[in-house]
Every structure is written in C-alpha cells, then in structure tokens.
Write a new protein. Structure first.
Length: 161
C-alpha cells in the first residue's frame, strides 16, 4: 500500500487551513501556491474532503475553504480515507475481499495486524499533532536532514546516499 499524492496533498492542504485557524476561510489559490500543489488537483482533493465533512467551501468574492472542526478533532486517518477510500494493505482486507485464498490463509492474519497498526497510527494522529514543531522528524527525515547538512560541510559527498 502506498498513500498517493492526493492523500498526501489532502493532509498538507488541511494543515495549511489549520495554521490559519478552524474558523478562517483560506482561498484555494493561496493553499495551492504555498503548498506547491496544482490548483486543479487541489480543487478535486478539496471536493472529496468537503464531501466527507472535513471542510466547507464558501463561494463568492470572499469565499474559500475552512475546516469544519478543530485541528485536534481531525485525524490523519479521516483525511486519507476521505481521499483514498478505506485503507486495505492487501486484497483480502478490502471491503469486498477479492482473494482466492480467503479460507485458511496465514498471510491474511498478518496483513490484518499490519493494517490495524497503520490505521492506529493515523487514527491517533490529529492535524494539531502534525502542527507541533517536533512533528515530521522521524528516523528517515533525520537521516535526510543529517545527510544534507553533512553534504554542506563536505561537498565531495555524493548527491544520493
């Protein structure tokens, strides 16, 4: 399973709205420009988020988008599933399973455990959590940051690790 760019951009778009406060409208052009997301692609993503009841669109000259709930009340799981659909790591875990090994497959149980853990992480992470300064500094992010800073002090390092 890979979260698509639409899912990623959905979270980034809502984080942008959250930075402005739950009750403030933000123009889609601003979100598109500042988050470096195509306006038309973002508009489609925001349609899905509005349909899911996470944001509201306001038409007209002073229109834009605003969160319908506080950032603390919106989970990453809600955002991703509003755009991507229900998370299913494997076809046997889809809403309508499509697997010829459904009866007695040892992998189904393993996939289900992994899926439950992924969903648990996303469900326990709110937009407000992602706005905290320490958010986004996981092991992979730290490695990339340390490699970039090492390369600045030693330009002889290769561009890719």
């Amino acid at each position: 399973m890979q979260i698509t760019r639409a899912g990623e951009y959905g979270v980034l778009g809502l984080l942008h709205l959250a930075r402005h406060g739950a009750d403030r409208m933000v123009m889609i052009d601003e979100v598109s420009r500042e988050e470096k997301i195509s306006r038309s692609f973002l508009a489609k993503i925001f349609q899905s988020l509005a349909k899911a009841g996470l944001i509201r669109s306001y038409r007209g000259a002073g229109g834009g988008f605003a969160l319908l709930r506080r950032p603390e009340e919106i989970t990453v799981l809600e955002v991703i599933e509003a755009i991507e659909g229900k998370i299913a790591l494997q076809r046997c875990l889809q809403e309508v399973p499509n697997c010829e090994h459904m009866t007695g497959c040892v992998l189904c149980g393993l996939f289900e455990q992994a899926q439950d853990r992924v969903k648990e992480v996303f469900a326990s992470t709110s937009l407000a959590d992602l706005l905290k300064p320490e958010a986004g500094v996981g092991p992979a992010h730290r490695r990339a940051l340390s490699f970039r800073s090492a390369r600045v002090t030693n330009p002889a390092l290769p561009l890719k690790s």
